[in-house]
Ligand binder design. Structure first.
Ligand code: ASP
Length: 441
């Protein structure tokens, strides 16, 4: 079972078209009928997200172990790791700079009256610890104390660390064991890919449920009160998605952005409707291999890493959100403060979990770093939370997009030629199918 439909299939049987229609219908139902529609259809979204979460851990574990076991040399692994790190840091910083520029030009918080806007309390939002211990914590997280409990808790960095070490161990085992280990993990991985494609087939009904709920709860009135703030973030995210990342794709990967974005339709809509990079991970992994044409040895490492630490949309959002709060409160924004915001926004985006509204919580890290504490920021963050869902949907899609661009570019620089190639007209079957078959053999 593949995600790539045959070129002669009728338009309505194409998965990305079905998902897109589901999104439009869900938005219309949510906005017109509201909560009754959300109550009636919400469970479809819940099942879909649960099924996605169900496959994440075994998929990442088998995919990454299989990928590393087949890479073999430590040098190659190190090179791919370094490229991944440099790409992730650079694009997140570019996103932050776009946000910084816009928030200073538009100044959405200056004179903003949010007294009429609905605020949500922040009961379940635990304040995270300061930015200082981030680097060390990240490093430690790669070495799980107990791999079973990390898997049970879905701790992605621990799973990534263990899978890499296991893959390296397989690659360094005596020949007979190595071959068996590789075969075992490759088999398990291919079976997980098939299971994942079953789950992805649920996407149209899942997206219908998720978008209906999101639209019904969008808080339209508060959205208007926070209009300038929402517009600043939206322009920033659109700039990053349609200007910065395409340029990066062209310059670094010699990749046609139009083809890449078209290939990525399903993960992008899934990210948009789930507001969760983690839940989208299985769809991204599957699409990168089947449609974009990146090999498993690159996707299996770059994509789970990206879903955990690379969040360009969130990085931009952190920067704009923190400066917005400063502007509302009239807090002085000198050069040093803005530099601190840029650095901590990067750290906060790395630390944010790939779940809904995680980015909003991380704003407290930035506020603490610039010495802005007390009850007033809490109230503003509560108001930001009231309209967070639509913004979260957009930034999650940008987060996932950046991961996919990174994997495609790294694959290109590693000499992979099948990345985002335009299918020859009438080609039968499409290249994605061939690639998947080759990968499976
Ligand atoms: N929801 C985002 C994600 O999963 C994180 C955020 O809240 O910014 O990527």
């Amino acid at each position: 079972m593949t995600l790539v439909s045959r070129p002669d299939a009728p338009w309505y049987s194409k998965l990305h078209i079905q998902i897109f229609i589901a999104m439009i219908v869900g938005a219309l139902l949510g906005l017109t009928i509201g909560l009754p529609a959300a109550r009636a259809l919400g469970w479809l979204g819940t099942i879909f997200v649960r099924a996605l979460n169900m496959v994440i851990v075994p998929l990442v574990f088998t995919s990454l172990t299989n990928g590393v076991a087949s890479i073999g040399t430590g040098r190659e692994l190190g090179r791919i790791g370094l490229k991944t790190l440099v790409y992730y840091m650079t694009t997140s910083l570019l996103a932050i700079i776009v946000g910084l520029f816009l928030v200073n030009i538009i100044r959405p918080g200056v004179g903003a009256d949010i007294s009429g806007a609905a605020a949500e309390q922040l009961p379940d939002i635990a304040e995270p610890s300061g930015p200082g211990d981030f680097a060390l914590r990240l490093l430690l997280d790669f070495v799980p104390r107990n791999v079973v409990s990390d898997m049970a808790a879905g701790e992605m960095l621990g799973i990534i660390g263990f899978s890499i070490m296991l893959g390296v161990a397989i690659a360094h085992s005596p020949e007979r064991i190595r071959d068996r280990g590789r075969t075992a993990f490759e088999t398990a991985f291919q079976v997980m890919m098939v299971l994942t494609s079953f789950v992805i087939r649920l996407a149209p009904i899942g997206v219908l449920g998720l978008v209906t709920v999101a639209a019904a709860r969008s808080g339209a009135t508060t959205f208007v009160a926070m209009g300038k703030y929402a517009i600043t973030i939206t322009i920033g995210l659109l700039t990053h998605a349609f200007l910065t990342l395409p340029l990066v794709l062209i310059v670094l990967g010699r990749i046609n952005p139009r083809i890449h974005y078209k290939n990525m339709a399903e993960p992008l809509i899934t990210a948009f409707s789930t507001s969760s990079s983690s839940a989208t991970l299985p769809v991204t992994l599957r699409t990168m291999e089947e449609k974009v044409g990146v090999s498993n040895r690159i996707t299996s490492f770059v994509i789970p890493m990206g879903a955990t630490v690379n969040m360009d949309g969130t990085a931009l959002y952190e920067c704009v959100g923190a400066i917005f709060i400063c502007q509302v409160l009239g807090y002085p924004l000198d050069f040093a403060t803005q530099v601190t915001i840029v650095i901590t926004a990067l750290a906060a985006s790395i630390g944010a979990a790939g779940i809904p509204s995680a980015g909003l919580v991380m704003i407290f890290i930035i506020l603490r770093a610039i010495g802005l504490t007390g009850p007033e920021p809490m109230v503003i963050v509560g108001t930001m939370l009231a309209i967070d869902r639509p913004l979260d949907m957009m930034r999650t899609a940008v987060n996932v997009l950046s991961d996919s661009c990174g994997a495609a570019i790294i694959a290109r620089t590693e000499g992979e030629k099948n990345v985002d190639v335009e299918p020859a007209p009438g080609a039968e079957p499409e290249p994605g199918v061939e690639r998947a078959d080759v990968a499976a053999s």
